[in-house]
Design a protein. Structure first.
Length: 157
């Protein structure tokens, strides 16, 4: 199995700038062998945010792409904080929050954008963890998706 950094390079993906906290919290925190990552939004490569409510301003497919972008922002934070994505052993849990109209019901489809990215980076065995995908009436700055995650780290030698 190739490393996460090699997978990222092979996929030709560019990471956005790691988002700066917009409140009183840390982007991520290491506790023993676990890395907790705070909720991340839809930061694009130019630092701007994807904005909009799913079911009103964009469809589910656009929401899925937004969730993939959130996944890339999470990868950027991990790399900034740990120096390498290779320090991550596996994905434990993903919580995906979808800013959508009340009638929208395809939350899991949207959050698959992030989950599929993590599976591409760490493989299906280590890149897929447990998950929740839920709808919200609003999210900060009207972003369509916010995701937080928990990872297990490799033990340091």
């Amino acid at each position: 199995m190739q490393s996460a950094e090699a997978a990222l390079q092979e996929l030709g993906l560019e990471l956005p700038p790691p988002p700066k906290p917009l409140g009183v919290y840390k982007p991520c925190l290491i506790d023993g062998k676990y890395l907790y990552v705070s909720g991340h939004g839809t930061v694009q490569n130019d630092g701007s945010l994807i904005i909009g409510r799913i079911g009103k301003d964009m469809d589910a497919a656009a929401g899925k792409l937004a969730a993939r972008q959130v996944g890339l922002a999470i990868l950027a934070t991990i790399r900034q904080q740990l120096g390498s994505l290779d320090r991550v052993k596996r994905v434990i849990k993903v919580l995906g929050m979808v800013n959508c109209v009340p009638e929208f019901e395809k939350h899991p489809f949207v959050i698959n954008g992030c989950s599929e990215l993590f599976a591409e980076i760490w493989g299906t065995e280590n890149g897929i963890g447990v998950r929740s995908a839920v709808g919200f009436g609003s999210l900060p700055d009207n972003i369509p998706v916010e995701i937080e995650a928990l990872f297990e780290l490799h033990e340091e030698a």
